[in-house]
Write a protein that binds this ligand. Structure first.
Ligand SMILES: [Zn+2]
Ligand SMILES: [Zn+2]
Length: 481
């Protein structure tokens, strides 16, 4: 089994001579670890800056030995001449390295640029390249980035991690929004869990209106389905699900509030903020259901429901939510689109045109599901699943939720196939909110597209070919940065 992820780190001159810790979560069952690291630019293009720095250094070095009776005058003169000829040392280089520490803080090896630039450094019980041979225990490892010299305005570092032997990642299906009889749901948590399990879902988010009263009903052996605790802020001016919180969070807010303190309270608990059914018809039809918090900084929000309940029944609010999500993505906000039934009655599980939220994770644990939701490794679907890969010229392959470095965008190709489609639909390739390509009569076969140069995100939708164009599947984007 193999699991890979990528991180992009941006560094600036003020980071020089600093250590930057980067946590890496290693799952149980990991046998070996591979890390590839590169950064750009390596060379400092401001030659004049390099020239001035070198001259100053040569001069001060020459001055320090000037008049030293033990150093022959000809040798001293050599250093003074060097000040006139520093160009041979240019361009200067940005210099980054890193060391690796296991969860106990033990040193486990080092990456050194001349040896490993663009190549894998490896570690395992019988494997040692840069890192020290040995077992790879589960837990939080630290990669400590050493910024030895950084003179360019910005350096972008790309860290690729491959975890071998860990549990096989797969798509886990979940319901992102559900109520029990502790609020206005019809069933107890035990009954909801039973129905969710029978429906084949792997996890559910418990989100009663403004209460955590059902949390003690979450079984200790919390599996199949995994219940992620939460609550639904049900305010006078909009609803939001706090996903993965255990403590009560006050819902009371005015329409003009930024909700910043409330969203921060969710994040402090390790949870995510999900805007619920943002365009549901509000007062007086559904009191307080429409999202009216125009002051909220979208960067404080992690998820948005783009598919709430039955698409057919809620077609207008769902189309509007989808359009709004595109606008937020175009503003550079990295918000994950999710589906939600807003489960109040168990029959809603079988309602037509409702969507599950599929999350790509190594295991179905609260921590992994939340991390994958945050990263955007998510597709929203009636059951069909897309396999999406952006292949770059360097041979790297990126998928839903990944960020592709800009320099990899040229000549990149997007490969898509879909499994589980019933009948033919229309595949749409969406980039920066616009339909870039359509494939009519699409029934899941592999198709490839050239990646346009100017876009910052790309995703795929499959729709019915009926007049209402109901979606069957919506993926989250791959991002270019
Ligand atoms: Zn609601
Ligand atoms: Zn609700």
């Amino acid at each position: 089994m193999r699991r890979a992820f990528q991180k992009i780190i941006r560094l600036h001159p003020e980071d020089t001579k600093k250590l930057v810790p980067i946590p890496i979560e290693i799952p149980t069952g990991t046998e070996a670890l591979r890390i590839k690291f590169s950064y750009s630019p390596m060379e400092v293009d401001d030659l004049e800056l390099g020239r001035n720095l070198m001259r100053a250094k040569v001069k001060s070095y020459a001055a320090a030995c000037e008049g030293d009776p033990n150093i022959p005058p000809a040798v001293q003169a050599f250093w003074l001449q060097l000040a006139q000829d520093v160009d041979r040392f240019l361009p200067l280089r940005n210099l980054l390295n890193f060391s690796l520490y296991d969860p106990t803080g033990r040193f486990r090896g080092r990456w050194d640029s001349p040896q490993y630039f663009g190549r894998w450094a490896e570690m395992g019980p019988d494997l040692s390249r840069g890192f020290i041979c040995g077992g790879v225990t589960a837990g939080e490892w630290t990669l400590e980035l050493e910024v030895h010299a950084l003179l360019s305005k910005e350096v972008e570092a790309v860290l690729e991690v491959e975890i071998l032997g860990a549990d096989a990642p797969r798509w886990f299906a979940g319901e992102m929004h559900s109520h029990t009889n502790h609020s206005d749901g019809r069933a107890s948590l035990a009954e909801v869990r039973q129905a969710v399990r029978e429906h084949g879902l792997d996890f559910m988010v418990l989100s009663d209106h403004n209460t955590i009263a059902a949390h003690p009903d979450i079984p200790k052996e919390n599996r199949q389905p995994l219940v992620i605790p939460g609550l639904e802020w049900t305010t006078f001016h909009g609803h939001a699900v706090a996903v993965g919180v255990r403590e009560y969070i006050d819902w009371r807010a005015e329409k003009q509030d930024t909700l910043h303190e409330k969203t921060a309270a969710v994040h402090r608990q390790g949870g995510l903020v999900s805007i619920a059914h943002p365009f549901t018809v509000g007062d007086p039809f559904c009191t307080g259901c429409e999202w009216e918090y125009a002051n909220v900084d979208p960067r404080d929000v992690d998820l948005v429901e783009i598919w709430s309940g039955s698409w057919q029944k809620h077609a207008i609010p769902n189309w509007r939510a989808l359009t709004w999500w595109d606008e937020l993505l175009n503003r550079g906000c990295r918000i994950t689109g999710v589906g939600a039934r807003d489960l109040h009655r168990l029959e809603q599980l079988d309602e037509p045109d409702t969507a599950n939220t599929y999350v790509w994770a190594p295991i179905c644990s609260e921590e992994e599901i939340i991390a994958a939701l945050k990263r955007g490794a998510v597709q929203v679907s009636q059951g069909a699943l897309a396999e999406l890969g952006v292949q770059t010229k360097s041979g790297a392959v990126y998928t839903i939720g990944d960020t592709i470095p800009r320099h990899e965008q040229a000549e990149a190709e997007l490969h898509v196939s879909v499994s589980g489609l019933e009948g033919a639909g229309e595949l749409r390739l969406i980039g920066n909110g616009r339909v870039i390509q359509r494939v009519r009569g699409y029934s899941g076969e592999p198709v490839a597209f050239a990646v346009p140069g100017e876009i910052s995100w790309l995703r795929v939708q499959v729709h019915r070919t009926t007049a209402d164009e109901t979606p069957l599947l919506i993926t989250n984007p791959v991002y270019f940065s």
